[in-house]
Design a binder for this molecule. Structure first.
Ligand code: UD1
Length: 358
């Protein structure tokens, strides 16, 4: 069987690694990795392949940045001949980025079977490009690998036949489980005893410069009580440079994007994580670290149900109050982490089992 994996953006790589390895153990599975080039800076892409023990991609479509339409269209145009030439039996797509939906659409039109890893998540907010990507990808996928049972329910509600849905667990957590021992060794000396770790990159947070300025003000306030470490996504760095006087507010340290292992090391030691990422909501839940999500909703409600994640919305007062509450000692119950079914480091094995049985 020939399996072609399509990845493009940073959060895809941690999901590819365990899946690739689990399939590599199976007899008669040949694998090809296609990188669309959606993320192209070394710090957003190459470094992850190295750390995750992946070889360089077999094929790179080098699409780079653009509007959503440009990026999606270019991936489709460049990916179609690859599928025609490689003739895979199955194409695996990951997560909810533009590369995911573009590749799935090409395959659906060429009648090539598609498997979606991390299917079924819904924020019910169609102003997020990722929600559109999730909805469309799931509708045209043949195998839907879900991380949690709420995802199964969403898919059934949308009319996806249950025999296509496979509740396998969370592949992102597979990678976390595998690399956490290395991450613990790499935690830098001199790290403040208490610190907030911040990541923001969504257009809703960084493209609105008035809001971005407000957020910086809030982080400066938070920085008076505990250190604030803020690795910057390239989009965020660009936008920050447009905000007058935004150069590193007092108590806030801007950092370059961090390699995966360094990042999860910091995440595991943080007093609180402030983010708009999806994957980080999951990682903090697994690690039992309090997470404040600067969005109006989440496609990962299980992280809120577990008590580690709080959706603070676009409300700096709420954010600051929540940080104070956490710092005062009302931290979530770390034991909750083990209660999430199938977040156990073996999700990719279950995916490989399903694929091998086809
Ligand atoms: C994409 C995903 C988002 C995911 C995020 C993780 C979509 C719609 N969005 O958002 O779901 O959470 O990746 O990082 O697919 N840029 C660089 N270098 C790079 C990549 C990007 O400088 O290697 C800059 C460019 O200015 C680019 C901007 O970042 O225009 C945005 O990149 P893009 O891939 O369009 O979306 P992300 O914001 O990274």
């Amino acid at each position: 069987m020939r399996v072609l994996h399509v990845v493009g953006a940073r959060p895809n790589f941690m999901k590819l690694a365990p899946t690739f390895r689990a399939l590599a153990k199976r007899k008669n599975v040949q694998q090809v990795v296609v990188h669309t080039g959606q993320h192209y800076d070394a710090s957003m892409s190459d470094v992850f392949f190295g750390e995750l023990g992946l070889n360089s991609p077999d094929i790179n479509l080098r699409v780079g940045s653009g509007t959503h339409a440009q990026q999606t269209a270019q991936i489709m145009e460049r990916f179609e001949p690859v599928v025609q030439e490689q003739r895979p039996d199955l194409v695996l797509v990951y997560g909810d980025v533009n590369s995911t939906v573009a590749a799935a659409l090409v395959c659906a039109k060429l009648l090539v079977r598609v498997g979606h890893v991390e299917a079924g998540l819904r924020s019910r907010d169609r102003s997020m490009p990722e929600e559109i990507n999730r909805l469309l990808t799931d509708q045209i996928s043949d195998l839907l690998f879900t991380p949690s049972q709420d995802a199964d329910q969403n898919l059934v509600r949308e009319g996806i036949p249950s025999e296509r849905i496979f509740f396998v667990g969370n592949v992102m957590i597979d990678t976390l489980v595998e690399l956490m021992p290395q991450a613990e060794k790499r935690v830098p000396r001199g790290l403040p005893a208490r610190f907030a770790l911040v990541t923001l990159h969504r257009p809703s947070n960084v493209d609105d410069l008035v809001w971005l300025q407000n957020m910086l003000g809030a982080l400066e306030q938070i920085g008076q009580g505990l250190a604030v470490l803020f690795p910057l996504h390239p989009r965020t760095r660009k936008k920050l440079s447009e905000v007058a006087g935004a150069a590193s507010p007092n108590g806030v340290r801007f950092l370059d994007p961090l390699p995966y292992i360094d990042f999860i090391g910091l995440e595991s030691k943080a007093s609180v994580v402030i983010t708009d990422s999806g994957g980080i909501q999951e990682e903090t839940t697994f690690l039992g670290i309090p997470c404040l999500t600067v969005r109006e909703n989440t496609e990962r409600p299980i992280t809120v149900e577990c008590g580690t994640n709080t959706i603070v919305g676009r409300d700096t007062d709420r954010l600051q109050a929540a940080v104070q509450h956490i710092v005062a000692g009302a931290t979530p119950n770390r034991r909750l982490q083990s209660r999430i079914p199938l977040w156990d480091g073996r999700a990719a094995e279950r995916i490989a089992e399903v694929i091998a049985s086809l």
